[in-house]
Ligand binder design. Structure first.
Ligand code: NAD
Length: 493
C-alpha cells in the first residue's frame, strides 16, 4: 500500500500540500515507511500565517473564560483518544507504550493548566501611582506565534506552548518534526472538532526550509523552538535579527550524583529508568553517573551494570512486552544510530572503558530496526568528548569523583545545564545541591526531574538560549506583553 501523504491544516481545514518533495516517515522498530511528510514551501507557510493573523483580532477580543472552553473539550477528547494516540506515537518514535502514555498525560496536563488562564492572565494595578493617578499593567496577547518541534516528544513538547498561546488570545502555527509528524496530524483532527475558530491553530509540515519561512514571516511575533543546541542557536540569532520574541530550548547532558549514603536499591532502579527510557532520547535523560568516592563508584558501577544487562530491548508494539515498564525501543533512525556508534568509539579512543557494549545487539524479527543495547562507558573524565557532547542514545558515562564539591564542579563546568539529580538521604547535601548545582531542573532522589505542567520547564547555559521557560504560569509571560496604562482622575465639576 502506498503510504499517505500528510496534509497541512490552516483556516480550519486540512489542505493537501503542493510541495514537490516529501520525506518518508519510518517506523524505527521495523524500517517500514508509514507515511510521507510534505516539505511545504514558504507560500504555504504564508497562507497559514495569514489565516492566523486574520483570526487574531476576533480571538483576542473573545473573553478569556470563553477562549478556554475549547481546551476543556480538547483535554476530554485527548483522554478518550489517548491509547490510539499512544500507538501512533510509538509507531513513529519508537518509545515504549508506558513512556508514550506518560507523554500523553503530560500533554493533557498542559491543556488543563492552560484552562486556568482566567485566573492567571490577570494584570496589576498600582492604586496611587501618583497624586490622583493609578498605574495599570495589562498582559496583552501579541498576534501569531510559531512553534518548531523536535522528534523525541511528538505530542508533549508542542503542548508546552500551544494551549497557553491560544488561551492568552494569540493564534498559533506549528511545524512538527518531519521525523514524527503523524501524532500531531491526528491531534489536529481532534483540535478541528473542539470548537476553535478557523485560523486559531494551524499546522504546516516540513523541514528546515519550512521552519525558516515561519521564523521569517513578518506576521509572526514570536517563536518557540525546541531541538538541538546547534539549531536553537541559529533560531535565536535569526529571531534576534528580526526583532522577534524567541524561546530556544537546546540539547542536554544530565548528571546523576550518587552520595555514599544514597539508598542504593532505589537509586539504581531509578537511574536505569532515567538513562534508558526512550532509549536515552529524552532531553531529561541522565547520561552521566557521578559517584562520590571510590567505594561508592565500585558499588554503583557493579550494580548499574547488572541492572543494565536486564533491560529488555525490542519493538514496543510487540504484544509480548508492550506493557513492560522498562522496555527500550529503537533510536529514531539509522543515521542517528550511526552517530551514537561513532561517539562510543570516540569514547573508547579517548580512554574510557567499555564496561557494557550494546553495539552488537540484535532484535529477532526486527532486522530493519535501529536498535542498540544499553552501553556503559566507565572511567570517564571531565573534558572527554563522550562527557561533553550529547549522545542522545542508551549510552551512560560513569565517573568517580573524590567529593561532593568535585561533583558540583563537574556539573557546573559542563556546557549544558538542563537537569541534574542527587541521590542521598542527607538534608545537608540536598540543601547544598539545590543552592550550588547549576542546572535548570534539579532532582533529589528523582532521576528524571521533569516538572509537572503547572511549573516551568527549562534549562540553563547551552540547554536554553532564552529567558522564559515553557509550561505553566511562566510561559504566559512569553505569550503576553505588558501594556502599562497611567490614568489620571480629575475631580468632577
Ligand atoms: P533538531 O534540532 O534536529 O530539529 C528540531 C526542529 O528544528 C525540527 O522541527 C527541524 O525541522 C527544525 N530545524 C532544523 N534545522 C533548522 C534550522 N536551521 N532552522 C530552524 N529550524 C530547523 O532536533 P531533533 O533531533 O529533532 O531533537 C533532538 C534534540 O532536541 C536533542 O538535542 C534534545 O536534547 C533536544 N530537546 C531539548 C528539549 C529541551 O527542553 N531542552 C526537549 C526536547 C528535545
Amino acid at each position: 500500500m502506498t503510504p499517505t501523504v500528510l496534509s497541512n491544516y490552516w483556516n480550519g481545514a486540512f489542505t493537501p500540500s503542493a510541495a514537490d518533495r516529501t520525506l518518508d516517515v519510518e517506523n524505527p522498530s521495523t524500517g517500514e515507511v508509514i507515511s510521507r511528510v510534505p516539505l511545504s514551501p514558504p507560500e504555504e507557510v504564508d497562507r497559514a500565517v495569514r489565516a492566523a493573523a486574520a483570526a487574531f483580532p476576533a480571538w483576542r477580543a473573545t473573553p478569556v473564560a470563553r477562549r478556554v472552553q475549547p481546551l476543556f473539550r480538547l483535554a476530554e477528547r485527548l483522554r478518550q483518544e489517548e491509547e490510539a494516540l499512544c500507538r501512533i506515537l510509538v509507531a513513529e518514535m519508537g518509545k515504549s507504550l508506558p513512556d508514550a502514555r506518560a507523554e500523553m498525560k503530560r500533554a493533557i496536563e498542559n491543556v488543563e493548566a492552560a484552562t486556568a488562564m482566567p485566573l492567571i492572565q490577570v494584570g496589576e494595578v498600582l492604586t496611587g501611582a501618583s497624586f490622583e493617578m493609578d498605574g495599570e499593567v495589562l498582559p496583552m496577547p501579541l498576534g501569531v506565534f510559531g512553534m518548531i518541534a523536535p522528534y523525541n516528544f511528538p505530542a508533549m513538547v508542542p503542548f508546552w506552548f500551544l494551549p497557553y498561546a491560544v488561551a492568552t488570545g494569540n493564534t498559533f502555527v506549528l511545524k512538527p518534526s518531519e521525523r514524527v509528524p503523524n501524532t500531531m496530524q491526528r491531534i489536529f483532527e481532534i483540535l478541528d472538532e473542539v470548537g476553535l475558530p478557523p485560523g486559531v491553530v494551524s499546522m504546516v509540515h516540513g523541514d528546515r526550509t519550512t521552519a525558516e519561512a515561519l521564523i521569517d514571516h513578518p506576521d509572526v511575533r514570536g517563536i518557540s523552538f525546541v531541538g538541538s543546541t546547534a539549531v536553537a542557536r541559529q533560531v535565536a540569532i535569526r529571531c534576534a535579527t528580526l526583532g522577534k520574541r524567541c524561546q530556544a530550548f537546546g540539547s542536554a547532558k544530565n548528571h546523576l550524583v550518587v552520595m555514599p549514603d544514597a539508598p542504593m536499591d532505589e537509586a539504581i532502579r531509578n537511574m536505569v529508568t532515567s538513562c534508558y527510557g526512550c532509549a536515552g532520547q529524552r532531553c531529561m535523560a541522565a547520561s552521566v553517573i557521578v559517584a562520590v568516592g571510590s567505594r561508592t563508584c565500585r558499588e554503583v558501577l557493579d550494580r548499574f551494570l547488572d541492572a543494565s544487562r536486564k533491560v529488555s530491548v525490542g519493538n514496543p508494539l510487540d504484544p509480548r512486552f508492550a506493557d513492560e515498564a522498562m522496555l527500550m525501543g529503537p533510536v529514531i533512525s539509522a543515521r542517528h544510530r550511526q552517530s551514537i556508534l561513532d561517539r562510543i568509539a570516540e569514547g573508547v579512543r579517548e580512554g574510557a572503558t567499555l564496561a557494557l557494549d550494546g553495539r552488537g545487539l540484535v532484535v529477532p524479527d526486527c532486522p530493519g530496526g535501529h536498535f542498540l543495547g544499553p552501553t556503559v562507558l566507565a572511567d570517564v573524565r571531565p573534558g572527554m568528548a563522550c562527557h561533553r557532547q550529547e549522545i542522545f542514545g542508551p549510552v551512560v558515562a560513569v565517573m568517580e569523583v573524590a567529593s561532593f564539591d568535585e561533583a558540583i564542579r563537574v556539573i557546573n563546568d559542563h556546557p549544558y545545564g538542563n537537569g541534574a539529580s542527587l541521590y542521598t538521604r542527607s538534608g545537608y547535601w540536598e540543601r547544598r545541591f539545590k543552592m550550588e548545582a547549576q542546572a535548570g531542573m534539579l532532582g533529589i532522589n528523582v532521576g528524571i526531574p521533569a516538572p509537572v505542567a503547572f511549573l516551568p520547564f527549562g534549562g540553563t547555559r547551552a540547554s536554553m538560549l532564552s529567558d522564559i521557560k515553557a509550561q505553566g504560569r511562566e510561559v504566559v509571560r512569553f505569550f503576553t506583553e505588558s501594556r502599562i496604562v497611567t490614568r489620571r482622575f480629575w475631580p468632577e465639576d
